[in-house]
Design a protein around this ligand. Structure first.
Ligand code: HEC
Length: 184
C-alpha cells in the first residue's frame, strides 16, 4: 500500500517536472520570439512580416537558403555586412542592378532622389540599418516604391540578404562614420 502511494507520488512528481520543463521551454521559446525585431512600414507605421521563402538567400547561389546575415538581422536588427569588403562589393552591384543608381546617383550622393549618405535622413530612422531596410523594402510615401521581394510584383524583388549587402555598400560611401549598427 505505502509502497504504491510512494510510487504514485513519484509519478506525479515526475509529471510535474516534465510539465514545468515543457512550460519553461515554451516560455523560453516565446521569449526568443519576442526578442526578434518588428519590421515597421515607413509608409504607414504598421508592422510587416517577411514570410515568402523566395525573399531570402544569397542571390548568387539562388538557393533561397537563409544566410547567417539574414538570421542575425531578423533577430537583432544588426547588419553584419557592414565593413565586409566582399559583401560591399556585391552590394554595389545590386545598387546598380535595382536602378538605385538612376535616382540616388552612382555614389549614393543624390540625383533625382535624395542622397543616402547621412548622417541625417528624410526618415530619421534610416540612420539605423533596420530603418533603412524598412524604407527600401516597403517603400516610402514620397515617391519611392518598395524594392523587397513580392512588393513590386509577386515574384520579383530584392532578397533580405541582397538588401543588407546594398545597405552595407551605401554606408561604406559615407565618410560620416555612421555604420547603422550603433547601439547594437
Ligand atoms: C525611381 C527613383 C528611385 C529609385 C529607383 C530608388 N529610389 Fe530611393 N528614393 C527615391 C525618392 C524620390 C526618395 C524620397 C522618398 C520620400 O521622400 O519619401 C527615396 C528615398 C530613399 C531612401 C530614404 C532616404 C532618407 O533620407 O530617409 C533610401 C534609404 C533609399 N531611397 C534607398 C534606395 C535604394 C537602396 C534603392 C535601390 C534598391 C532605391 N532607393 C531606388 C527614389 C528612388
Amino acid at each position: 500500500m505505502y509502497g504504491n502511494r510512494t510510487k504514485l507520488g513519484e509519478t506525479m512528481l515526475a509529471r510535474k517536472i516534465l510539465i514545468s520543463t515543457l512550460l519553461a521551454s515554451l516560455i523560453g521559446f516565446t521569449g526568443m520570439a519576442n526578442a526578434k525585431i518588428k519590421l515597421i512600414s515607413t509608409i504607414d507605421g504598421s508592422e510587416f512580416k517577411i514570410t515568402e521563402p523566395k525573399a531570402f538567400g544569397d542571390t548568387k547561389k539562388k538557393d533561397n537558403v537563409m544566410t547567417a546575415a539574414e538570421t542575425e538581422f531578423l533577430k537583432t536588427g544588426k547588419n553584419i555586412y557592414i565593413g565586409d569588403a566582399e559583401a560591399i562589393k556585391r552590394g554595389k552591384k545590386r545598387f546598380g542592378w535595382w536602378s538605385c543608381t538612376q535616382c540616388h546617383g552612382p555614389t549614393a550622393g543624390g540625383q533625382v532622389g535624395p542622397g543616402l549618405l547621412g548622417p541625417t535622413f528624410r526618415y530619421p530612422k534610416d540612420a539605423t540599418n533596420k530603418g533603412m531596410f524598412e524604407t527600401v523594402w516597403g517603400g516610402s510615401n514620397g515617391g519611392m516604391g518598395g524594392k523587397g521581394f513580392g512588393i513590386m510584383t509577386a515574384d520579383d524583388g530584392m532578397t533580405v540578404d541582397e538588401l543588407l549587402k546594398t545597405i552595407a555598400w551605401i554606408r561604406a560611401q559615407s565618410d560620416s562614420g555612421l555604420t547603422g549598427n550603433e547601439g547594437l
